[in-house]
Design a protein around this ligand. Structure first.
Ligand code: URA
Length: 182
């Protein structure tokens, strides 16, 4: 575990612990308020994130920004990170081993930020944080408490790009958390 952001960022930016380091342009550690009450966890960087070094700046991120704006959440108020910090090739899901290797960084971020709630964006975040037995369809919108942290699983914004009907539930879930961001 890393006790300071400096230590964490230094290690993470130079990380070669798994094969995802081979093709990356940038390590995507996270963005936002390091004292946030609300933390979002996605899956892993895509092409745009890999180039810019910032999470959720591509198509899915822009959709999430729009939804944030709609319910009154500011990106600067929350913290956004991913299960893995380097882009999986062709945007495939991160392997459990890769996620596991990267977990120390995410665990450290969670500890340093100490948020009141954590929003899990999609199945990869849900399964890696709460367990493989969880499914996103059954779990979305339901609060789950584990080790004193309250989690709210919801759809990944990329899923909304594929299926517009999911937008209503995503919006509903964001509305649940908006009060925590103030
Ligand atoms: N999808 C994710 O899960 N994370 C990002 O940062 C971008 C797209």
């Amino acid at each position: 575990m890393y006790q300071t952001w400096e230590e964490l960022e230094q290690e993470c930016n130079n990380c070669t612990k798994c094969k995802l380091c081979n093709n990356r342009h940038n390590v995507v550690i996270g963005t936002g308020n390091k004292n946030a009450k609300v933390m979002f966890i996605g899956e892993g960087p895509g092409a745009d994130e890999d180039i810019q070094g910032i999470p959720f700046v591509g198509k899915a991120g822009k959709l999430m920004d729009k939804a944030f704006e709609g319910v009154g959440i500011k990106r600067e108020e929350v913290y956004i990170a991913n299960i893995v910090k380097c882009r999986p090739p062709n945007n495939r899901n991160p392997e459990y081993e890769e996620a596991d290797t990267c977990k120390e960084y995410l665990d450290s971020q969670m500890k340093l930020i100490n948020p009141e709630i954590i929003v899990l964006l999609g199945s990869v975040a849900l399964k890696n944080i709460l367990g493989k037995e969880y499914g996103i369809t059954a779990s979305r919108g339901k609060w789950i408490e584990k080790d004193g942290i309250k989690y709210l699983p919801t759809f990944h914004p990329a899923a909304l790009l594929r299926d517009e009907s999911k937008k209503i539930d995503f919006w509903k879930d964001l509305k649940e958390i908006v009060n925590y961001t103030k």
